[in-house]
Design a protein around this ligand. Structure first.
Ligand SMILES: [Zn+2]
Ligand SMILES: [Zn+2]
Length: 224
């Protein structure tokens, strides 16, 4: 059974977490972590009543409370067109497919494809929300030489700072303002703040003054 500690099934079966009702507890082995993780097999109480397998820790910590329907509902409520994600999706598509795009040579021009699996922007949108997207974050590829694709699992949600780091182009991006940096490739100012040894992302802005204001507001909120 490996090293992961076992949960007592009886403590969880038939329990309801958010919209998820636990039907069974199973274990899956992670090649990467070399250990077993407990998963809850759940039935979501939304219209489709889908059966989903979700890491028990995510449910117990309250990170996941539905099959993904909850975030989807939020996404629709907020409107697709108003979303930054719509811009992200359009930009990804055109840098892969439109030769006149300023960065086509780095993408479509070197064989990076915009996979069919995200040709519907609603599918892309929902995938992003189901994987932790929030305003101010963006999407990049896990394998830099792979395609923009969710069927082969090559996308992840990231912030522009992380994205910049992955590209190994991190030059001096200091702006002279603490907590505000300029990310050249994204052409954006990123505001962040350190709270409990973690960096909290406050947003990305085209105007440095907005980024400085966001940082100031963040100081009030988090350090008050
Ligand atoms: Zn659901
Ligand atoms: Zn795909």
């Amino acid at each position: 059974m490996g090293t992961g500690h076992k949960l007592n099934k009886n403590d969880y079966i038939n329990k309801v977490f958010g919209r998820l009702k636990v039907l069974d507890v199973i274990y899956k082995y992670s090649e990467k972590q070399k250990r077993n993780y407990a998963y809850f097999v759940c039935e979501c109480q939304c219209n489709n009543k889908p059966i989903v397998e979700i890491k028990a820790s995510r449910i117990k910590d309250g990170v996941t409370s539905s099959c993904g329907c909850y975030r989807r509902e939020l996404a629709y409520k907020h409107g697709l067109r108003e979303s930054d994600l719509y811009d992200v999706w359009c930009d990804i598509k055109s840098r892969c497919e439109t030769e006149s795009h300023a960065r086509y040579n780095d993408y479509g021009g070197r064989g990076i494809k915009f996979c069919n699996c995200i040709s519907d922007c609603v599918i892309f949108y929902n995938w992003c929300y189901d994987n932790g997207y929030e305003k101010g974050l963006t999407v990049d590829r896990i394998d830099n030489d792979g395609h923009y694709c969710i069927c082969k699992n090559n996308l992840r949600i990231t912030d522009y700072i992380q994205q910049g780091r992955n590209r190994r182009v991190r030059k001096d991006s200091g702006t002279g303002h603490i907590g505000v940096m300029f990310v050249k490739r994204a052409q954006k100012y990123i505001a962040s703040i350190g709270v409990d040894y973690k960096k909290i992302f406050l947003g990305s802005f085209t105007d440095i003054n907005e980024a400085i204001a966001a940082r100031k507001a963040g100081e009030l909120t988090y350090w008050g």
